[in-house]
Design a protein around this ligand. Structure first.
Ligand SMILES: Cc1cc2nc3c(=O)[nH]c(=O)nc-3n(C[C@H](O)[C@H](O)[C@H](O)COP(=O)(O)O)c2cc1C
Length: 267
C-alpha cells in the first residue's frame, strides 16, 4: 500500500541527502547501514540527485559497478480503482506513461499536468531504495492516494540527513518545507531521533548563520554529527567536511530503539 521497502525486522532508516559534494558518499553510507541490518530509504533533494548520478558514473567505471548484494525490494503502491473504474495514481509504470485515453474517441492522448517519476537513480543503483520529490507528486492524484512524506515519516524509526548543506539547514531552521525531505522533517516528532551531518565549504561553515541554524536544530532535539577539518573538495583547508561514514553509522545505530547509548554526542 505504499512506496516503502518490504517489511523487515531491521531498523527502519530514512537517509536524507542534499546538494553537497559529500552526497557522492551516500550510496556507500546506505550500504554500510544495510550491512548493519537496516532498511534504508534514501530521500535526496533535487540537487542531491545530480551528485548521485555523477557518482553512479564513477562506480560504473570502476570494476565494482553499482550493483551489489542486499537488494531490498519495494512494495509498489496498490493500484486503486476510482468510482469510474480508472486505476489511480500509484503505479510508477502508469505514472511514466506519457499518454492516456481520450474519453470521446478512445485514442491515446498526452497527459497534462501529471507529474512523472524519475527512475534514473533507481536503475543506476538497483540495490538502493530512493524516494524522490517526483514520486511524492506522481502518486497523489486524488483523495485516498498516498501522501508519501507522511507515510515515510510514519514508517521510519530514525532519520539521518547526511550531508546537510547550508541551504537545507537554513530551511529546516526556519521550518520551511518545499520538498519531500523538508516535509518529512517538518512532520517529524521529538520522540524519534533525527541526526544531521553538516557539510559545506569552510567559509560557508564559518558564517555566523551556520552556528545560529545549528543551534536551532539542536534546540529542537536533533543530534549533530560534527564536521571534520581537512582539505575540502574545493581545495580550501578548514572545517566543513562531512563526518566519517563510520561515525555517522555509529551515531544512527546508537539512536535506534533498544540500542545501548554510550554517549549522546557530540559525535
Ligand atoms: C559542485 C557544487 C558543490 C556544492 N557543494 C556544497 C556543499 O558541500 N555544501 C553546501 O552547503 N552547498 C554546496 N553547494 C551549493 C548547493 O548545492 C546549493 O545551495 C543548492 O541550492 C542546495 O540545494 P538543496 O539544499 O535543496 O539540496 C554546492 C554546489 C555545487 C554546484
Amino acid at each position: 500500500m505504499s512506496w516503502l521497502p518490504a517489511p523487515s525486522t531491521g531498523p527502519r532508516v530514512i537517509l536524507g541527502c542534499t546538494g553537497s559534494v559529500a552526497t557522492i558518499k551516500v550510496p556507500e553510507l546506505a550500504r554500510k547501514l544495510q550491512e548493519r541490518g537496516a532498511s534504508v530509504v534514501i530521500v535526496p533533494t533535487e540537487r542531491a540527485c545530480h551528485f548521485l548520478k555523477c557518482q553512479a558514473k564513477v562506480e560504473m567505471a570502476s570494476s565494482r559497478g553499482p550493483v551489489r548484494g542486499g537488494l531490498v525490494s519495494f512494495i509498489k503502491p496498490e493500484r486503486k480503482a476510482t468510482d469510474n473504474g480508472e486505476l489511480r495514481g500509484s503505479d510508477s509504470d502508469d505514472q511514466n506513461s506519457s499518454s492516456d485515453h481520450c474519453s470521446q474517441c478512445g485514442r491515446r492522448t498526452p497527459i497534462r499536468g501529471r507529474k512523472q517519476t524519475d527512475d534514473t537513480l533507481k536503475s543506476l543503483y538497483p540495490d538502493l531504495n530512493f524516494v524522490l520529490d517526483s514520486d511524492e507528486w506522481a502518486v497523489w492524484n486524488g483523495r485516498g492516494d498516498p501522501i508519501l512524506h507522511i507515510q515515510l515519516r510514519d514508517w521510519a524509526q530514525v532519520m539521518v540527513i547526511a550531508p546537510l548543506d547550508a541551504n537545507t539547514m537554513a530551511k529546516l531552521a526556519q521550518g520551511l518545507c518545499d520538498n519531500l525531505l523538508t516535509c518529512i522533517v517538518r512532520a517529524w516528532d521529538s520522540v524519534r531521533p533525527l541526526i544531521f551531518c553538516p557539510a559545506m565549504n569552510t567559509h560557508m561553515y564559518k558564517h555566523p548563520l551556520t552556528m545560529r541554524h545549528t543551534g536551532i536544530l539542536k534546540e529542537l532535539g536533533y543530534i549533530e554529527v560534527c564536521v571534520m577539518t581537512k582539505r575540502l573538495a574545493c581545495g580550501d583547508v578548514g572545517a566543513g567536511a562531512m563526518a566519517e561514514l563510520d561515525n555517522i553509522v555509529n551515531a544512527v545505530m546508537q539512536e535506534l530503539p533498544g540500542a545501548h547509548r554510550v554517549s549522546h554526542g557530540p559525535f
